[in-house]
Structure formats: structure tokens, C-alpha cells
Write a protein that binds this ligand. Sequence first.
Ligand SMILES: NC(=O)c1ccc[n+]([C@@H]2O[C@H](COP(=O)([O-])OP(=O)(O)OC[C@H]3O[C@@H](n4cnc5c(N)ncnc54)[C@H](O)[C@@H]3O)[C@@H](O)[C@H]2O)c1
Length: 356
Amino acid sequence: MTILVTGGAGFIGSNFVLDWLAASDEAVVNLDKLTYAGNPENLASLRDDARHVFVKGDIGDYALVLDLLTRHRVRAVVNFAAESHVDRSIHGPEDFIQTNILGSFRLLEAVRCYWNGLDDAEKNAFRLLHVSTDEVYGSLAKTDPPFAESNQYQPNSPYSASKAASDHLVRAYHHTYGLPVLTTNCSNNYGPYHFPEKLIPLCIQNALSGKPLPIYGDGQQIRDWLYVKDHCSAIRRVLEAGRVGEVYNVGGWNEKANLEVVHTLCAILDELQPRADGKSYAEQITYVTDRPGHDRRYAIDAGKLERELGWKPAESFETGIRKTVQWYLRHQDWVNNVLSGDYQSWLDKNYANRHG
Ligand SMILES: NC(=O)c1ccc[n+]([C@@H]2O[C@H](COP(=O)([O-])OP(=O)(O)OC[C@H]3O[C@@H](n4cnc5c(N)ncnc54)[C@H](O)[C@@H]3O)[C@@H](O)[C@H]2O)c1
């Protein structure tokens, strides 16, 4: 048996692949375009592992996806592949439309074609799990209840709008064609292999390099935070036991304002790697102009996933954030590699004459 993971060289996808192969012998075909956010170094420990087949390619390449599904007799697809950074979607939405909407559509078409050719038992057992975000639900006021699966979609950024569009397509392929799909909408993840353009790894890195820790606006934007390995365990659980056609919200019950998150990071760094001058890293906090249209609050009600499938996060914010800081302190080579652009030139060299 084999699963196809898309976007498995990115932050969450690579954590998922590593955790999957640590827990199971079921092979993984990993399809990733290796955009700036995809990093094969995340998967270095699988280099000689025959259970992991890496293919550089686009989810929008119908022929390639169909070939992979057929050749590897795939029994499930987990779709992580996406453009994922809200700020980048504001500067240039085009890539988000291409991958998150058109790419997801072509992936669905290839899966539909493959699935139609399976026998009844294989058809029934097959799953496509689409990984999405809580951002599709829009922004909450301070006293609003957390997002439930029944909340209206009100995406506010090109990123969340493109993810919302892909969620709708996934839903439609179930209702129209009977494709056995599952969708998860998760809150903000943090943990190992997080690309250092996002708040938590950016602040850890800037703190250590003596640079400002940029806080958008007043820093009171509230997010629910989930340790990435808990997101991965939720996806495994939904894939295993989720009801076909259903949506499951995934969250950590950890609502925190951005400023609080950064103060927590500074306190842990003060303890684990104090500044040479004895001052707190919090001195480096700097307020910068807010992101246009910045959503004020996201909060997730993960009660359905807990009740129906018995899933619970293993980490609290306090334990997860400490593990994350420790990971970044131990993996400065990984961060420097990403930041230096070395791995981009390595990729160009490595893939110049290769085909998936
Ligand atoms: N990071 C979060 O906090 C979070 C929270 C909820 C949901 N999500 C969703 O989870 C998924 C993964 O997020 P992430 O943070 O790991 O993102 P990421 O940007 O770190 O990784 C995305 C991966 O997808 C690959 N990719 C991009 N376009 C592709 C294409 N056309 N074909 C094949 N591969 C392509 C990239 O190379 C990269 O490896 C996304 O769908 C995102 O919307 C993320």
C-alpha cells in the first residue's frame, strides 16, 4: 500500500512524511514542486529509505499525477501542496490562484480519473484528504465563539480566498462525483522545519542575530496555535477514521495574541541562550505597519474531531513552544542554509537534468 503526499517538502508536509514513516511501513510518494518553501533537506533522514519516493513536480500536472497514482497503486492522497504565506499573497496573488485553485482542480481531476478505474473495494477504501486552514472562515470579534465546521466561509486575503476555493472544489467533487474526500481546517502551526518567513521562526532567528523582532500593528491579533506534530496526528486520525465527505476543524485550544507569543519566545531564549549583554531579547521588539486587511482573531472549535474521532493534541502551547525554540537552537545549520539561499542554488544544480 502506498499514499501520495503532495507538498511533502514544505513545513507541515515534511513533518507529516517523517512522522508517517516513523509510525508505519506504508510507502509514501512525495510530490513537491520545490518552490522557495519546499526544502529537501527536511527529508534528509529519508535519503536511503526505499519507502520514500520523492518526485519533483506540480500538482497541476494532470498527466504526472495520474501516472504516479496508477504506477504506485495509491490508496490515499494527502494534499498539502499550496502557496501558504498571506503576505506573499498580498504582494502577488497569481501563484496562489495557479496552485491553490487551478492546481487543486487538476489534482482532483487526476484523482477522479484514477479512482473511476478502481474496483469497488478499492474505490470504497480510497481517500483524498485535503489540508486547509481556519483562515477560510474570516475574522472573529473578541467575544465570538470559535469557528465551527458550520461557520460561513468569509475569506479576507488572496491566500484564504484561494484556499476557500479549493475547499469548495473538494466538496463539489464529493457531492457531484462521489469522490471519497475529507477536509481538515487547521489553525496556525508551529514547530520544526518552519520556513523563517513566518512569525515564530522569524522572531527566533532575528532575536539570535540581534535584529528587530517585527510586530505588525499593535500585536493584538489573536491566533490559535497548534504544534505541527499534533496537526500531523490529527490528519492521520481523520484519514484513518474520518467520515467521507466531512470537514474536521483542527486546533490546539491555544488562543494567543502575537505580542504574547513573541514575549514567550523571548523569555525562553533569555533562559536557554541569554544575550551577551544580559538584557532580554524583548528589547528587540519593534512595532511595524500592520498588514493590510489583517484578520483580528481566529479561534478553532476542534470539538467534532475530539468527540467523533477521539483526537487530542499532545502538546500544550508551553511545551510545544519550548520544543520549537530548542529545535531551532540545535538546527542553526538548517536555518542558515535556508536563509543563505544556498539550498536554492543547490536545487538548481541538482535538478537541472532530472525529471520526475
Ligand atoms: N502553516 C500553517 O500554519 C497552516 C495552517 C493550516 C493549514 N495549512 C495548510 O497546510 C498546507 C501546508 O502548509 P505549510 O505551512 O507546510 O506550507 P509551506 O509553504 O511550508 O509548504 C508548501 C509546500 O508545497 C509545495 N508546493 C507549492 N506549490 C506546489 C505545486 N503547485 N505542486 C506541488 N507542490 C507545491 C512547496 O514546494 C512546499 O514544499 C497548506 O495547504 C496550507 O494552506 C497551513
